[in-house]
Design a protein around this ligand. Structure first.
Ligand code: HEM
Length: 449
């Protein structure tokens, strides 16, 4: 059989508008109507096959990387650089990934916890009390600081300059990535001209960071990702070039900054609407535990996966389950649909961290980080970061619960965030078990910031 079923009689522009404009709702309707594999036709892209069955997901994630590509059709290469892990395939991808993996190994994560806690405390100390505000931007500041310090190894004035440069650069870059016709440098005032000048400034900072690392007599003891990349060697013994390091640092930032912040904003959105879960989490934080928090993070990612699908591209005709996809077909392995399948997760709309207490999620049923040799290399980092931020938040603040309707899904280009930015109302905790006077701590930190 050829392509999976789909709304073939609907004109392509309408399919495109429905799928891109209302991605989550359209995907749910099509899943109900056509089953766990369906085809939509997207203008400028062609056939897109959306799969949401663990058996099909396993097949996609474990396919030969020569047969299913993920990088070279990505619009991100133009913005992140030609070496970006997100924009390359096959042997080049494998060899860059091999260099990037060791710094992200689970065991290294503890060494980054203190940095994340400091960034979280510093940000939380500035939050207003008893007044609603959106947590997404504040979470973005935390995750930016975390990456700049733990990944880039930036300090002092370099750190402060990068804190200013990168948010507008990443936001402009992610808009331009999808608008190829604007990718022409027509001077400093044109969008692409602005972007290329910011990118040049970024490259100069990376040069400085690399030079500082090379001069550092304690390079061997440093644990930031940049210092590990400076020490890394290709199989032929050569070091990574400056261009490779710069492209990968930008990739790590682009892939890890907004995704983690959006998931944290969803965590706030969920917890405010689930007082029982919130109470259990606070009691656990106060008792020094973490199992329920781990499970809560996994349940937030199950019910609100900020990257709704991992994309692949068939380089040749490809047999997927019972279907034969012609070369050129795009495949979306949908975390969103798989993780809300009632056969895999009974009552899937219910937010229930107990699903994951004492049990790890199953590989092809829980895929917020994608899978196979393209699985997110920052997964352990992101989990650690979300754990530390939530722990800090729950131990410092009281989060007011709410009966307001849940926030809707809002696309921010690549990641989906809560439509109102994960609004919160907070108050400093006056009942902290360690007896610290929270206001004094907050004031001291705000002063230090
Ligand atoms: C909650 C936070 C995050 C989510 C939901 C997320 C999700 C994803 C997903 C869905 C993919 C594509 C996987 C595939 O195609 O199979 C991916 C790839 C990637 N992620 Fe993440 N990510 C997160 C955080 C991070 C962080 C913190 C970093 C690094 C600091 C990072 C770095 C990367 C990189 C480099 C890739 C490309 C991997 C490759 O192509 O080999 N991500 N991520």
């Amino acid at each position: 059989m050829a392509l999976p079923p789909g709304p073939h009689r609907l004109p392509t522009p309408i399919q495109t508008a429905l799928f891109l404009g209302l991605q989550t709702q359209t995907a749910r309707i099509m899943r109900r109507r056509y089953g766990e594999a369906f085809t939509v036709r997207i203008s400028g892209i062609g056939n897109l096959v959306v799969v949401s069955d663990p058996v099909l997901l396993k097949q996609v994630f474990t396919a030969d990387p020569k047969v299913l590509h993920a990088g070279d059709r990505s619009p991100l290469g133009a913005v992140l650089g030609r070496n970006s892990l997100l924009a390359i395939d096959e042997q080049r991808h494998l060899s860059q990934r091999k260099l990037l993996l060791p710094p992200f190994h689970g065991e290294r994560m503890q060494s980054y916890e203190a940095i994340i806690e400091e960034e979280a405390r510093r940000e939380i100390a500035t939050w207003p009390e008893d007044r609603p505000f959106a947590t997404l931007e504040p979470m973005m500041r935390i995750t930016l600081g975390a990456i700049l310090r733990a990944v880039f190894g930036a300090r002092g004035s370099e750190l402060e300059q990068l804190r200013g440069l990168l948010p507008p650069m990443v936001s402009l870059g992610s808009r331009l990535a999808l608008l190829r016709f604007l990718q022409r440098d027509l001077g400093a005032w044109s969008p692409w001209g602005r972007f290329t000048r910011m990118r040049a400034a970024f490259d100069r900072h990376v040069d400085e960071l690399i030079a500082t690392a090379r001069r550092d007599p304690e390079l061997e003891q440093r644990s930031d990702v940049l210092s590990l990349l400076v020490r890394a060697r290709h199989e032929d013994g050569t070091p990574m070039s400056r261009e490779e390091i710069a492209d990968q640092l930008l990739t790590l930032l682009a892939a890890g900054h907004e995704t983690t912040a959006a998931t944290l904003a969803w965590a706030v959105e969920r917890l405010r609407r689930h007082p029982d879960v919130l109470r259990r989490l606070v009691a656990e934080v106060d008792a020094g535990g973490r199992d329920y928090r781990d499970a809560t993070i996994r349940e937030v990612q199950r019910s609100r996966p900020v990257i709704t699908a991992a994309g692949r591209f068939a380089m040749v005709d490809y047999q997927l389950g019972e279907w034969l996809l012609p070369a050129g077909t795009r495949i979306f392995a949908s975390a969103y649909l798989t993780q809300r399948d009632a056969r895999l997760y009974p009552d899937p709309e219910r937010f229930d961290p107990d699903r994951f207490v004492g049990r790890m999620p199953e590989t092809y049923k829980w895929v917020p980080f994608g899978g196979g040799i393209r699985r997110c290399i920052g997964a352990a980092f992101a989990h650690m970061e979300m754990d530390v931020v939530l722990r800090t938040l729950l131990s410092e603040l009281e989060l007011a619960t709410t009966g307001e309707p849940e926030e809707r899904w809002k696309s921010r280009g690549i990641a989906f965030a809560p439509s109102r930015g994960g609004r919160a109302v907070v108050r400093r905790r006056r009942d902290r078990p360690d007896g610290a006077a929270p206001d004094a701590v907050a004031a001291a930190l705000a002063g230090a910031a």
